[in-house]
Design a protein around this ligand. Structure first.
Ligand SMILES: Cc1ncc(COP(=O)(O)O)c(C=O)c1O
Length: 416
């Protein structure tokens, strides 16, 4: 693979901003988009800006409907699912909220999550458990931010309604043994939801092999536009209560004797109420084409190399500790750093963005929507304590890692 050539597909990487070279290390939030994704969106907006579905039947709509169907088919194939098992959502957060709010949960039941989960997973289930008086159980992690399946087994029982887990942590980068955890959930007749927001961009997914009931992720973290994906097994999706309803979710709404009698469509349509973000759906099709062209196995291999390099470089800086597993096979390329210095991660991120002479290094500082994990690790996010996060993608280079760690070491020397 010619990784330097691939960078040409991302024009912002080859542009100077304020006269400085861009080093983009905030990929866990949102990746860059290749030209082909931007082109697909522009093509929709310029050439057939209609709505899909059966509302209109003119040329714009037919084109849009065809491309949206294609995108659903491509996406489904990409994760080894069926098109009828893919629901478009706004983002991962909405996908998880959809499930949390639509599951049938009883008072005597419990929901099992983990301390490595993002707020977008913890809070929807916290809310639902508060409303239903079900118990929310949190599985804690080891010092290295790993959790083995046995720890989940201790919390899952015959009263567990759902086990909702992160596939890869957005702070520690840890990859969780989700297949074993799902198996334990199923042995207890519980459902399993996997938040793949930080896994799907980096490694191939086979939802059938995982046997997940739900799998959620965000296209904006994997080269696409802002769009969320909810995969659900067809029968499980159709058993959920309705969530948002409205236009395009029904076959018919009869009006008889002063009563409305709606007949809802099966999934996925029953969950896709109202006009959708067709530009994003079509852009998603282009992003999937691009990821397939590069190959997820090549992306994985490339990122393992970048991970090794980052680990090696950071281990040589004495004032910095990496959160999460040292073994790169157990993690994705997201590095949250604890700075054992008086300088705050926020100040470091600001310095890297604005004060370096030649580079604009874009990082993230704070608790990364994972406050409970930061508290668990001994930090106090309410006092501004947190970590400095560098999250990489395949278009980042070993040279960029060298620049980052060199500048970090230099800055920490300065504030000694
Ligand atoms: C693990 C994880 N889950 C969920 C989310 C929420 O994703 P979104 O903002 O796309 O809804 C994020 C966002 O960073 C995340 O890292």
């Amino acid at each position: 693979m010619d990784w330097l050539k691939i960078r040409e597909d991302f024009p912002v990487l080859n542009k100077k901003i304020e006269g400085k070279r861009v080093i983009y290390f905030d990929n866990a939030c949102n990746t860059l988009r290749p030209n082909c994704v931007v082109d697909a969106i522009v093509d929709y907006l310029k050439n057939h800006p209609g709505c899909a579905g059966k509302r209109s039947s003119h040329y714009f709509s037919k084109e849009t409907e065809e491309k949206c169907q294609e995108a659903r088919e491509k996406l489904a194939k990409f994760i080894k699912a069926l098109p009828s098992e893919i629901v478009w959502t706004k983002n991962t957060t909405e996908a998880i909220n959809l499930v949390a709010n639509s599951l049938r949960i009883k008072k005597e039941q419990n929901v099992v999550c983990s301390i490595l989960d993002h707020h977008s997973l913890l809070l929807p289930f916290y809310k639902r458990c508060s409303e239903t008086q079900a118990e929310l159980r949190i599985v804690e992690c080891s010092k290295e931010c790993t959790i083995d399946a046995e720890r989940f087994a201790e919390k899952i029982d015959e009263n567990t309604a759902i086990v909702a887990i992160t596939h890869a942590s957005n702070v520690a980068g840890t990859i969780l043994p989700v297949k074993e955890i799902i198996k334990i959930a199923h042995e207890n007749n519980a459902l399993a939801l996997v938040d793949g927001a930080q896994y799907a961009p980096h490694k191939a997914i086979d939802v059938k092999k995982l046997d997940a009931d739900f799998y959620c992720f965000s296209m904006h973290k994997m080269l696409g536009p802002a769009l969320g994906i909810l995969y659900g097994k067809e029968d499980v999706l159709n058993e959920l209560k309705l969530f948002m309803v409205g236009g395009d979710t029904i076959k018919d709404v009869v009006y008889r004797n002063g009563q409305l009698l709606p007949d809802f469509l099966p999934a996925p349509k029953r969950f896709e109420a109202g006009l959708q973000d067709y530009a994003a759906i079509i852009g998603t099709g282009a992003a999937i084409n691009y990821l397939k062209k590069i190959g997820m196995e090549n992306i994985e291999e490339r990122e393992q190399k970048l991970c090794k390099k980052m680990m090696r470089n950071i281990s040589q800086i004495s004032e910095v500790r990496v959160v999460g597993p040292i073994d790169v096979k157990k993690r994705v390329a997201t590095f949250s750093l604890i700075l054992e210095k008086t300088i705050s991660p926020k100040d470091v991120a600001e310095y890297f963005d604005t004060e370096l002479k030649k580079y604009k290094i874009m990082l993230r500082a704070g608790a990364h929507c994972a406050n409970p994990l930061h508290y668990f690790l001994g930090m106090n996010p309410s006092k501004g304590e947190g970590t400095l996060r560098a999250s990489l993608y395949f278009y980042n280079t070993p040279e960029e890692i060298d620049i980052f760690t060199y500048e970090l070491e230099k800055l920490l020397e300065k504030v000694k």
